[in-house]
Design a binder for this molecule. Structure first.
Ligand code: SF4
Length: 283
């Protein structure tokens, strides 16, 4: 009999839950009026599909939005210049930026204002980082050790922050490499801005990977925190799988396993994990 070990942190994180609740209420009160979202509110295609079925219109540019419309801004934050342009167009903005992301934005602005060279550990293509770069012009983004080895880090005042979904070990490794490579530094401020939900899920993913024959990470390949959980699990247990939909080939994946660990990314809905657990129980 297959035993299921379910992570405590499964389903939406608080920031995603809040964003989706606000989006649903906005759609409900808009009735027949069009509601837009500028980009994906969260990184999960199934959740976005459900919102589209309720009349959400997802666009990638302000140019595709009629003036004075209602626009939901994404949970991972929006660049300042987009907010300014949106206000000029008289759009009614519903900003669902996660409060944790907003607090990282405040730290980033403060460091920049105090004359620190801001260094962000993260993926520069991610929208969360693009919004931070708008708050600290000239900030440097570092995603891997090779990004540090180009000899360009010579800042006297340096402020280091992290993308909210980074792995803790990687963040501290990058911080020590940056300081090592920066002999001119006189003042350094380091903020571990990895969110608590992310840190807890990463700890649980590692624990489940160690104690289960197979680890299932439920979520989307578009989601940075889901991909991180998958890579943490995979490093420990090669039988770690990223499951995006309920029709994944579970029979094949779980063949011969006695224990299966299940965890989800912060933007994967509860109902998806429940459907997958039901399927496993009725195997
Ligand atoms: S993962 Fe963390 S930072 Fe991202 S939305 Fe959830 S609570 Fe906010």
């Amino acid at each position: 009999m297959l035993s299921i070990k379910l992570a405590r942190n499964t389903g939406f994180c608080s920031g995603v839950r809040r964003a989706i609740n606000i989006a649903e209420k906005t759609l409900l009160s808009a009735k027949e009026n069009k509601v837009y979202s500028l980009g994906q509110i969260i990184h999960n295609p199934q959740v976005i599909k459900r919102l589209k079925e309720r009349n959400l219109c997802v666009v990638n540019s302000l140019d595709n939005i009629e003036a004075r419309s209602t626009v939901i801004l994404p949970s991972h934050g929006s660049p300042k210049r987009v907010l300014i342009a949106a206000k000029k167009k008289n759009l009614k903005l519903i900003d669902v930026t996660c409060p944790y992301v907003s607090s990282v934005q405040r730290i980033c602005s403060r460091l920049y204002g105090q004359g620190f060279k801001v260094v962000i550990i993260g993926d520069e293509k991610h929208p969360e980082i693009r919004a931070l770069l708008d708050l600290a012009p000239g900030a440097r983004v570092i995603d891997k050790a090779e990004d540090i080895n180009d000899g360009k880090i010579t800042f006297k005042k340096i402020g280091i922050i992290s993308q909210t979904t980074q792995a803790k070990d990687k963040f501290f490794l990058m911080v020590s490499k940056i300081l090592e490579k920066n002999p001119e530094v006189r003042e350094a401020q380091i903020f571990n801005t990895i969110c608590l939900d992310t840190a807890n899920r990463q700890k649980e993913a590692a624990k489940l990977a160690r104690s289960s024959d197979v680890l299932l990470v439920i979520g989307s390949k578009m989601s940075a925190n889901t991909k991180r959980l998958f890579s943490i699990g995979r490093k420990i247990n090669k039988n770690t799988y990223l499951i995006e939909k309920e029709d994944a080939p579970l029979d094949k994946i779980l063949k011969g396993a006695k224990t299966v660990g299940i965890i989800s990314g912060a933007s994967a809905p509860d109902w998806l994990a429940k459907k997958i657990i039901e399927k496993i129980r009725h195997k």
